[in-house]
Write a protein that binds this ligand. Structure first.
Ligand SMILES: [Zn+2]
Length: 145
């Protein structure tokens, strides 16, 4: 089973990237709790040393690092995830996405976004398409792994 994450405040970019890679990732803008991570079986991602100490005492799984780059390298630990619109979760709400027919989605996409596949978040309805953001993540994954 793929790891699931609980990402602490201040690491919103890490949360968005994990979602783009298809990992089920909760983001706690108000600050994550060790208990929430432990009870939901999520790996806590934080830079907060107090939380890290608590997590060690409670034997909760954590990932930390000084920079986003260091954290992403540790999270992926040599895995090279496939980056695709199909696998990605909604970067806004962590919802699953499903493909929508091009004819239905094209009218909702910015002008110029054509000849591509579209996905929609089943929770919040946000529309995604195969585009430069995924190319940027593909590029980044090569640097992390
Ligand atoms: Zn969503």
């Amino acid at each position: 089973m793929k790891p699931r994450y609980l990402v602490d405040a201040m690491l919103g970019n890490v949360a968005r990237k994990l979602r783009m890679l298809g990992y089920d990732t909760e983001y706690s803008a108000g600050g994550a709790s060790v208990e929430a991570a432990a009870s939901s079986g999520r790996i806590l991602v934080t830079k907060n040393s107090t939380l890290l100490r608590r997590a060690t005492r409670l034997r909760a799984a954590t990932v930390t690092g000084d920079t986003e780059y260091a954290i992403m390298r540790r999270l992926l630990r040599g895995d090279t995830p496939t980056v695709s619109g199909e696998r990605a979760r909604c970067t806004m709400c962590n919802g699953a996405t499903e493909e929508v027919p091009t004819c239905e989605a094209a009218g909702r996409a910015p002008p110029g976004i054509i000849h591509t596949r579209f996905w929609e978040c089943v929770s919040c309805g946000h529309l995604y398409w195969e585009g430069t953001h995924l190319d940027r993540v593909r590029e980044a994954v090569r640097g992390w792994t």
